[in-house]
Design a protein around this ligand. Structure first.
Ligand code: HEM
Ligand SMILES: *[C@@H]1O[C@H](CO)[C@@H](O)[C@H](O)[C@H]1NC(C)=O
Ligand SMILES: *[C@@H]1O[C@H](CO)[C@@H](O)[C@H](O)[C@H]1NC(C)=O
Ligand SMILES: *[C@@H]1O[C@H](CO)[C@@H](O)[C@H](O)[C@H]1NC(C)=O
Ligand SMILES: *[C@@H]1O[C@H](CO)[C@@H](O)[C@H](O)[C@H]1NC(C)=O
Length: 319
């Protein structure tokens, strides 16, 4: 009898440990039995979207970042305004700037067709970011899965916890560190600015500053399409050399004082991250492997797992 009880207890304990672990941890195999074709389906939608609009690769990587920094990677950024939700889409860093919502909504509806109620929007965002990187020549990585979707959004956190284009190096380091990301992670992740575009109002102050940390010829070129008092929404490439390919030119630009945003150039302006920028500018392989590792780390920020949150049916609304 005693040994039976002890055996039962051992089994129960093992079960408990297993359950607690499977609730807490993301795993790349999460959908292997519940939706084995999910990743293929998502990739097809992402590839189609980027083949039509190459900038979409940049937009999708940024979308995952802006999701993860607000309440964790829980697809809160995708929720639209409703009676119970004040959408993060209207936060200053997102409004008229973040793109790709419809691509994710489309991927979700394709995945719902093959496995209803199984795959979260938060995981679709993480997979889309990886697929986007691969499509434009960037690194690949194994995406951990099992995030669930929030039933809330937080506009004020989106306004305060996402970094801004005028932030100092200290501010950037501290914003990332509150998310468990090091200064090195921050520099590697900023390398996402090797692709994509920014609007004139985000870099105007810098190009008209006549400061010593900007290349004069670069400033003159940028001023042509970004006048001092007009053209707020006119776009310029974040990486002037290869704006649609993922490489380490972003870091080479910083060394030449050709960073577009002030928050780009502060990474190489006599501060403690100069040596990291220098290293990445010389070693694309090292940058890409650090970027991949940092994306995995970012994707791990406060996920909802187990019975927390829900699997939304539509990414833009709670069930
Ligand atoms: C370090 C702090 C960061 C700041 C201050 C910052 C700021 C910005 C700003 C101001 C823009 C232009 C938005 C616009 O004009 O509409 C932008 C674009 C972009 N950001 Fe960042 N960012 C940062 C980090 C990151 C990170 C960590 C990622 C991803 C891992 C990222 C990915 C992108 C991409 C890909 C674009 C181009 C988006 C597009 O073309 O649609 N950024 N960022
Ligand atoms: C959700 O909001 C976005 C952006 O605000 C809008 O374009 C879209 O039409 C909305 N979707 C639905 C289904 O209401
Ligand atoms: C947003 O987050 C802040 C800080 O955690 C919290 O005080 C506030 O209640 C949240 N707002 C909503 C709408 O959840
Ligand atoms: C352009 O952007 C600046 C700085 O963000 C802002 O003060 C100004 O009102 C904007 N102008 C227009 C026409 O939207
Ligand atoms: C670049 O980084 C990789 C990966 O860390 C390393 O193996 C290689 O030796 C580095 N190359 C140079 C030229 O330093």
């Amino acid at each position: 009898m005693a040994s039976y009880i002890s055996y039962t207890c051992t089994v129960l304990t093992l079960l408990l440990i297993f359950c607690v672990q499977s609730e807490a941890k993301l795993s790349s195999k999460f959908y292997d039995s519940t939706c084995p074709n999910a990743l293929t389906k998502i990739r097809t939608v992402i590839r189609t979207a980027i083949s039509r609009d190459r900038r979409m690769a940049a937009s999708l990587i940024r979308l995952h970042f802006h999701d993860c920094f607000v309440q964790g990677c829980d697809a809160s950024i995708l929720l639209n305004d409703s009676c119970t939700i004040t959408s993060e889409k209207n936060a200053a860093p997102n409004m008229n700037s973040v793109r790709g919502y419809r691509v994710i909504d489309n991927a979700k509806s394709q995945v719902e067709k093959i496995c209803p109620g199984a795959v979260s929007c938060a995981d679709i965002l993480a997979v889309a970011a990886r697929d986007a990187s691969v499509y434009v020549g960037g690194p690949s990585w194994t995406v951990k899965l099992g995030r669930r979707d929030s039933t809330t959004a937080n506009l004020s956190l989106a306004n305060t916890q996402l970094p801004g284009f005028g932030d100092s190096l200290d501010t950037l380091i501290s914003l990332f560190s509150t998310k468990g990301l090091s200064a090195r992670d921050m520099v590697a992740l900023s390398g996402a600015h090797t692709i994509g575009q920014a609007q004139c109002f985000t870099f105007r102050t810098r190009i008209y500053s006549d400061a010593s940390d900007i290349n004069a010829g670069f400033a003159t070129t940028r001023k042509r399409k970004c006048p001092a008092y007009a053209g707020n929404a006119t776009l310029a490439p974040l990486d002037l050399v290869t704006p649609t390919s993922f490489d380490n030119n972003y870091f080479k630009n910083l060394i030449k004082k050709k960073g577009l945003l002030a928050s780009d150039q502060v990474l190489f302006s006599g501060g403690c991250t100069d040596s990291i920028v220098d290293e990445y500018s010389k070693n694309r392989t090292k940058f890409e492997s650090d970027f991949a590792a940092a994306m995995i780390k970012m994707g791990d920020i406060s996920p909802l797992t187990g019975s927390k949150g829900q699997i939304r049916k539509l990414c833009y609304a709670v069930n």
